[in-house]
Design a protein around this ligand. Structure first.
Ligand SMILES: [Zn+2]
Length: 183
């Protein structure tokens, strides 16, 4: 299976959310998790591409385009990696799918279940987000994982201290989906 990983935001142009007390940046967490997930998926026999870019769908043409790269490769599935942020109090993991009732929801449930089981985060469930560009413009089943809330100090600790467990869980979710979908 060809897996396209898109760590969210951009380490040069867009930090994403930042923890106000530690300065932990979403773009760095996403990049680290993305690299780890890539390794675990390659060990499991997947082909993996990783693109982290501020150009999601053509708005910054001097940078690699996330959506076009995934569609041109082409990927079998698309997984974007992000951290949530709200009011400092909210916690937990949620996985966003383009649509309910299709392959993206199945993939989202596989990943969501593995993260919640592995790390014990608050289970905020799978949500339908047809409005998100990376889910709407990609041709393959596409999900966006909000791993935990980076602006909540307890969740931020999970992101820094259980990075590897989170990455392993995402990789297991992908291979769980592969077994459901391709066998
Ligand atoms: Zn984000």
């Amino acid at each position: 299976m060809r897996v396209f990983l898109n760590p969210g935001h951009d380490q040069h142009y867009d930090s994403g959310a930042v923890n106000p007390s530690t300065g932990l940046r979403e773009c760095d967490v996403a990049a680290e998790v993305g690299g780890l997930v890539q390794g675990y998926l390659e060990q499991a026999g997947c082909e993996v591409a990783v693109v982290q870019s501020d150009n999601l769908n053509g708005e910054s043409p001097w940078l690699p385009c996330v959506v076009q790269s995934a569609n041109a490769w082409p990927a079998d599935i698309f997984v974007s990696l992000h951290c949530n942020a709200a009011n400092g109090q909210a916690r937990g993991t949620e996985t966003l799918a383009f649509a309910f009732g299709g392959e993206s929801e199945k993939l989202a449930r596989c990943i969501q279940d593995q993260i919640v089981d592995a790390v014990g985060t608050v289970d905020r469930g799978v949500k339908e987000r047809p409005d998100l560009c990376v889910l709407r413009r990609t041709d393959m089943p596409a999900v966006l994982v909000e791993m935990a809330f980076i602006d909540n100090d307890e969740d931020a600790r999970l992101l820094t201290e259980q990075t590897d467990e989170i990455a392993r869980a995402i990789a297991r979710g992908v291979t769980d989906y592969e077994q459901e979908a391709f066998q």
